[in-house]
Ligand binder design. Structure first.
Ligand code: PEP
Length: 253
C-alpha cells in the first residue's frame, strides 16, 4: 500500500482530443505540488496520446479505461497493453461496471485483462461492485467474492503491488447516490478478507468509487479502510477535481 491517497479520474467517453488536451493543460498548470496524493487520469483512448504528451513531466499520471489481454491480433476495437506503455500510460482500469454491463465483459475476461496489464508493467485498477438488486437481495459479499476470485487467483504473488482494487457499487456510479460509510467500510473489510484468503502478501489497496464529490469525499477518505477514490463525473470539472485534491491533501494518510 502506498503512503499517499490515490485519486483516479475516469473521464469515461468525455473530453475528446481537443477538449482533453486543453483540460490536461489546465490540470498541469493547477497541480504544482502534491504531498499526500497521487493524481491519475484516464482519458478516452482517442485523447490518450495528446493528454499523455500534455502531462509528460507533470505530477499527474495518465492511464487507460481498459486494456486487452493479448499483445496483437484480430481483436477489432481493442488496445494492447504495450500500445499503452508506448504512449506513456502507467495504468489501466479493468472491469469497470460500464464494461461489464454494456459490453458483456465477464469476471474471467476482467482477470485476463488485469494480468496482461500488470505483465506489461502497468498498474491495473480492477473494479468490482454489486448492483442495487444484488445489495437488496443480501448478496453483496457473494458478488464481490465472485468478481474478485478470478482476479486474485491469476495475479502472481510477486506482482500484487501493481494491483489496485476499486469498490464501486453499481447503483452509486453516476447516480448521485453514495454508499453509506458503514456500507463502504463493510465492503472494503470484506475485500481485505478475500485478499487474505488468497494468501496474498500485505494488504489490498482499495479505492471507493460512486458519486464521489467535494461534499461527501472528506468523510469517505477519513475511513481507514479507504485508500483513495475512483471518480467519474467530478473528475472532468476542474473546480470539483481540484477541490477533491485539496481534501485529499488535507486528510491524513
Ligand atoms: C466511475 O466512473 O468509476 C464513477 C465512480 O463515476 P461517478 O464518480 O460519476 O459516479
Amino acid at each position: 500500500m502506498s503512503s499517499k491517497h490515490l485519486l483516479v479520474g475516469n473521464w469515461k467517453m468525455n473530453l475528446g482530443p481537443k477538449q482533453g488536451s486543453s483540460y490536461a493543460r489546465q490540470l498541469r498548470e493547477s497541480i504544482t505540488a502534491l504531498s499526500r496524493t497521487d493524481v491519475w487520469v484516464a482519458p478516452p483512448f482517442a485523447s490518450l496520446p495528446i493528454v499523455a504528451s500534455e502531462l509528460k513531466g507533470s505530477l499527474i499520471n495518465v492511464g487507460a479505461q481498459n486494456v486487452h489481454w493479448t499483445e496483437s491480433g484480430a481483436f477489432t476495437g481493442e488496445t494492447a497493453p504495450s500500445f499503452l506503455t508506448e504512449l506513456g500510460a502507467t495504468f489501466s482500469l479493468t472491469g469497470h461496471s460500464e464494461r461489464r454491463t454494456y459490453f458483456g465483459e465477464t469476471s474471467e475476461q476482467v482477470a485476463q485483462r488485469t494480468v496482461a496489464a500488470i505483465n506489461a508493467g502497468l498498474t491495473a485498477i480492477a473494479c468490482i461492485g454489486e448492483t442495487e438488486a444484488e445489495r437488496s437481495a443480501g448478496t453483496t459479499e457473494k458478488i464481490l467474492e465472485t468478481q474478485l476470485n478470478p482476479i486474485l487467483s491469476s495475479v502472481a504473488k510477486e506482482s500484487v503491488a501493481k494491483l489496485v482494487l476499486a469498490y464501486e457499487p453499481v447503483w452509486a456510479i453516476g447516480t448521485g447516490k453514495v454508499a453509506s460509510l458503514d456500507d463502504i467500510r463493510g465492503a472494503h473489510q470484506f475485500i481485505q478478507k478475500v485478499w487474505s484468503a488468497h494468501n496474498l502478501p500485505g494488504t489490498a489497496t482499495i479505492l471507493y468509487g460512486g458519486s464521489v464529490n467535494p461534499t461527501n469525499f472528506a468523510e469517505i477518505l477519513a475511513l481507514k479502510e479507504v485508500h483513495g477514490a475512483l471518480v467519474g463525473g467530478a473528475s472532468i470539472k476542474l473546480d470539483q477535481w481540484m477541490e477533491l485534491i485539496r481534501i485529499s491533501e488535507a486528510t491524513a494518510v
